[in-house]
Design a protein. Sequence first.
Length: 459
Amino acid sequence: MSNPFRDLPSVTKLLDAPALVAARARHPAALITEAARAALDALRSKIAAGEPVSASAGELAERVAAQLDAAAAPALRGVINATGVVLHTNLGRSPLHEEAARAAYEAARGYLNLELDLDTGKRSSRQSAVRGGLCAVTGAESATVVNNCAAATVIALRAVAAGKEVVVSRGQLVEIGGSFRIPEVMAVSGAALREVGTTNVTRVSDYERAIGPNTAALMRVHCSNYRVRGYTKSVELADLVALGRKHNLAVIDDAGSGQLIDLVPFGLPGEPLISESISAGADLVLFSGDKLLGGPQCGIIAGRADLVARVEMDPLMRAFRLDKMTLAALEATLRLHRDPARARREIPALRMLTTPLTELRARCESFAEWLREIPGLTVGIREDEAFVGGGSLPDVSVPTCVLALSSAVVSESEFAARLRTGVPAVLARVQDGRVLLDLRCVLEGQEAGLLDAVRAAVG
Ligand SMILES: *Cc1c(COP(=O)(O)O)cnc(C)c1O
C-alpha cells in the first residue's frame, strides 16, 4: 500500500521546480523556502485528517509562487471609482491635480527648503510656504494648516476655549463618521460644550441666554452629512458674529467641505463659501483640504492673526503638523485656486463635479458601444443622481448619466463583487437588479481597464 506522506515531494524538489526557481527573481530565498515548507505542512495535515491530496511538485510550486506573489502585492492600489461619489472618503477623497501630485513627488524624493529661509539662511516656519496662498484664497488675515479638519477643530478649540465653554446649537452636534463627533472632539480639546436650542430650531436668543462668565466662543458647525427639514430655524453666521462682538467672544465656523468657488452656475446647490465666512466676520474658519478644495488631506485654520498665532504655539501643533509631501501638494493646489476658472476646469474633484450631463451622456453612449460587444451583457443608459461625497456633502446630488448593466451569467451582487475583487478593482453601484457604472469619476486613461474588468467579471 502506498504511503501518501511518501508521495509528497521533498522541500528541495519543490524549490527546484520551475515556478519556484523563477520566483527567486521576485522574492527573498528565505521566504520561498518558508512558503514551500508551509505548503507541505498543510498537505501533511490534510493527509493526517484522512483527506485525499494530489500534488505534483510542479503544480504545488505554482501554487506556492502564486501565494508569494499575492502576499507581496501592495495593499494599497489604485481603483476605478465608478460609484459617481466624487469625494469618496473610503477611496481617498480628492484625487490631486497633476501639478500637485508632481510637487508631492519632487518633495518626497529630495531635499527642500521646508523650514529654511534661503535668503537669510535662518530657520523658518514650514507654514510660510502655504500661509500666503491660504490667505489669498480665503481672504483671511492669517492661516495655518494641520493634518485634517478634525485636528483643526481640536487645536482651534484648545487655543480659543480650553477650560471654558463653547456654545453650539443642538441642531449642529454632528457626527462626520469615524469618530468625529462634536461633543467628543470638544471633550478632547478641553473645552466644555454648552448645547443650546433644539434639534430643529435654534434662535439668537438661545445662544445669548447661554452666555455666562465662563463662555469663550460661539461655534457653528456645518451639517455636512445630514439635513434638518420641515420647521427649522438656525442662526446666520453674521448674526452669530454680531452676538460674539457684543459679548467679546470668538466665533468659530467649522465649515467642513471648504468650498472656495461658487458652483451654483454648474448646477450645484448654494453652499457658503469660505471667503463669505471670513467676510461675515468669523474669527476662525476650519475646513478640510481634500474635500471641495480638491487638494491633499489636511485641515485649514483661517482667520484672525492673533488666534492663528495662538494655535501655532500649542505643543499639539508639532503632533498635528503636515509632512513635506502634503505641504508641497497643498501649495500647488492653492496656486491653481488663484485662477478660479482654471481651478474649476482642472482640479479633478471640481472638474468631475461640474462635468455637464450632455458630456457624460456622450461618454456613456460611446462606452456602451464597446460594452455591447461583450456576450451575455445587457447594457442600458439611464439618468441618475451622483453624490458629492461621504463626509462632505452626501446630501448634495448632481444629475448624472449611468450605464446600467446586467449579465446572463451572474447576479448583480456577484457581478459587483467580481468587479471589486478584480484587477484593476472597480467600485460600482448596485440598484434595481443592475450594476450601475457612473463614468463621472472614471479618470482619463482608465476606460480600457474598466472595459477589461467588465469583460472579466461576466466571462
Ligand atoms: C469633513 C468634516 C470634518 C472632518 O474633516 P476631516 O478632514 O475628515 O478630518 C469636520 N467638520 C465638518 C463640518 C466636516 O464636514
